[in-house]
Design a protein around this ligand. Structure first.
Ligand code: ARG
Length: 605
């Protein structure tokens, strides 16, 4: 368990982190009102101490929450932390909210909430379709650039990461109330298309389409490459084809469209398997910016940013140097007059800011492209196309590794095809359910296997801090124990089965009064009230793993609750209903949290 995930962030923490979102005060965090009142007391008692205090409330074994503000404050005001803590308590009115606030240890403030305070917040969460997750104070126009495979190339695990992380961010941004535009910046333009089109011509359109439609994209690409490398005549044809393509020759464009359409169809099958929101309507590849490329050059010229370097047109930006410490240019137009990946990314910034009105652009792209994207950002800023409120953020991610800690490869040493990986996940999940629950009818098992297999792959990716590499491990990701999708899905399914056994509908318990007598009931309830904080903490850092950590802790607390607090065999009807209500709320938060990650929650497994 990560220690930071156990924190209750204070409402003003977001600003301190330089978050890109302005958030409302948290409404269902039981600590929020206490933190606010302590802030007011501190401002009154110690006006000279500034307002940059650590007022975050953190969970503790000794009490419901602990606040450490007195420790830092003591240094500033020259008193002992315990004295400062006592002075705060003497001036603090939290009647109806806390039953006790005590000085503990070196000067901690230990809070114990009134049951009524928790019960009313739980009721608010239960009555809210968003389960307490508040909407952003200001709506942003967010463009999320994700997935972005390349035409006539196989999708690999790098695209899995971008697709899965990007899709979770889309869902979370939408939940936060932002306007989201999904953009799949596929690689559908550039010099390789000369050789790809010529190869298509050689195969004949029908033959080529057949080859591409079975999903052997890499085979197609490799054959074209081999011809290009071995035949000078083919090279000539390929070069001439690039010229026709860029010149807008109708027949060439028709052949090019054929290639793109076949790949797009293939991408769509992968997306459907993965269960992500991307559709063909979200395709906006490099070629979409063609018409804007000359505009980029003209604007850069006009603002005198363009220089000629080694007969290429380039922009130099401060702070970027190569290995030999020489200034590193961003190449806008190559010596042969052709444009670059960078040029279309600059056009793309103009398009997103000026046409779409984006205020926030998220680039869910692998870490190796960090320098490329920083240069784009620097040039676009210098040129004045990118200015507040618009900003771009590189949501970078690391690599997927094999058990040898090297880039994940198939047994034959090839890059692993994403689609084969997904099929294998479903097969493995199917086998493990068949073993665990042999009574489940085959058709239902297939469907559950799909949810578990795909969920396991997605979750294993999302549960790791995205900036780090992770090791792809079938056993671990499909395990029903630990921080995995199957563990969370199982906790959810188990709750559904309690309701089936009780023959009680989920909705019917939602107005039952929740009473928190047993410590495990209280621990579960306190964690349910942190969903809003965990959601925002995760979104503000574009870090889905934080939401995973929250959900894992929720399942763990639920398991402990279920072990110690009989539900259907509770002593009296009121306790039973209260506990059923907690069960229902837990299942709702679990499935909602998984939904935010793009993962389904079966009711039975
Ligand atoms: N197609 C590129 C690749 O496979 C990723 C594109 C990312 N988006 C962008 N706007 N550059 O590496």
């Amino acid at each position: 368990m990560e220690s930071c995930a156990r924190r209750y962030p204070a409402p003003h923490d977001a600003a301190r982190r330089g978050a890109h979102f302005v958030r409302n005060n948290e409404r269902v965090n039981p600590a929020a009102v206490v933190v606010e009142r302590i802030g007011a007391v501190v401002a009154r008692l110690y006006p000279a101490a500034g307002d940059d205090h650590d007022s975050a409330a953190r969970p503790s074994d000794r009490c419901d929450a602990q606040i450490n503000i007195a420790l830092g404050l003591a240094r500033k005001v020259g008193k002992s932390p315990r004295d400062v803590a006592q002075e705060i308590i003497d001036n603090l009115d939290v009647r109806g909210i806390c039953s006790t606030v005590e000085v503990a240890g070196p000067g901690f403030l230990n809070l114990t909430y009134e049951d009524a305070h928790l019960a009313s917040l739980l009721a608010a969460v239960s009555h809210d379709d968003s389960l307490g997750v508040h909407r952003a104070a200001t709506t942003q126009n967010v463009v999320i650039d994700y997935s972005a495979p390349n035409v006539a190339k196989e999708m690999h695990v790098g695209h899995l990461r971008s697709t899965v992380i990007g899709d979770a961010l889309v869902r979370m941004c939408e939940r936060a109330g932002h306007k989201v535009v999904r953009e799949n910046h596929i690689g559908d333009w550039g010099t390789p298309f000369g050789m790809l089109i010529e190869h298509l011509v050689d195969l004949g359109e029908v033959g080529a389409a057949r080859e591409l439609s079975v999903g052997d994209l890499d085979g197609f690409y490799k054959q074209a490459r081999e011809k290009f490398d071995s035949s000078e005549q083919f090279q000539e044809r390929a070069r001439a084809r690039v010229v026709s393509l860029q010149g807008g020759d109708a027949e060439t464009l028709r052949l090019w469209r054929l290639l793109v359409a076949e790949s797009a169809r293939y991408f769509a099958t992968v997306y459907e398997k993965l269960g992500v929101l991307l559709t063909e309507a979200d395709l906006r590849g490099e070629s979409a910016y063609n018409a804007l490329l000359s505009e980029v050059v003209a604007r850069l010229k006009k603002s005198s940013l363009l220089t000629v370097d080694d007969s290429a047109e380039v922009v130099f930006v401060d702070g970027f140097t190569n290995r030999d410490n020489e200034p590193l240019p961003l190449i806008i137009r190559k010596r042969d007059g052709g444009y670059n990946y960078a040029t279309s990314d600059l056009a793309c910034v103009i398009d997103r800011v000026e046409r779409i009105g984006a205020t926030l652009m998220l680039y869910v792209v692998g870490a190796p492209q960090a320098q490329h994207l920083s240069m784009i950002e620097a040039v676009a800023t210098k040129a004045g196309w990118l200015a507040p409120p618009a900003q771009m953020v590189h949501v970078a991610f690391g690599s997927v590794l094999g058990s040898d800690k090297k880039m994940l490869k198939s047994r034959s040493g090839q890059a692993v095809k994403l689609i084969e990986l997904l099929d294998e996940a479903v097969e493995r999940a199917d086998a493990s359910i068949a073993q665990k629950n042999p009574e489940l009818p085959a058709a239902q098992r297939r469907n559950v296997a799909r949810m578990i297999g795909i969920g396991a792959v997605k979750y294993a990716d999302l549960a790791n801090d995205r900036v780090k590499d992770y090791v792809f491990d079938w056993e671990r990701m499909l395990s029903f124990d630990g921080n995995t999708a199957p563990y969370l899905q199982y906790a959810h399914a188990r709750i559904c089965s309690i309701f089936r056994r009780a023959q009680v509908t989920r909705e019917s318990v939602r107005s039952a009064k929740i009473s928190l007598v047993h410590p495990n009931e209280r621990a579960l309830a306190l964690w349910l009230l942190q969903y809003d904080s965990a959601f925002w903490d995760s979104l503000e850092r574009y870090s889905p793993h934080r939401l995973c950590t929250y959900l894992y802790e929720l399942s763990t607390r639920y398991t402990a609750f279920y072990e110690h607090c009989p539900v259907l065999k509770a002593d009296d009807a009121a306790t039973r209903d209260s506990r059923l209500h907690l069960c229902d709320l837990t299942a709702r938060v679990l499935s909602d949290g998984l939904l935010m990650l793009g993962i389904e929650s079966p009711e039975q497994m």
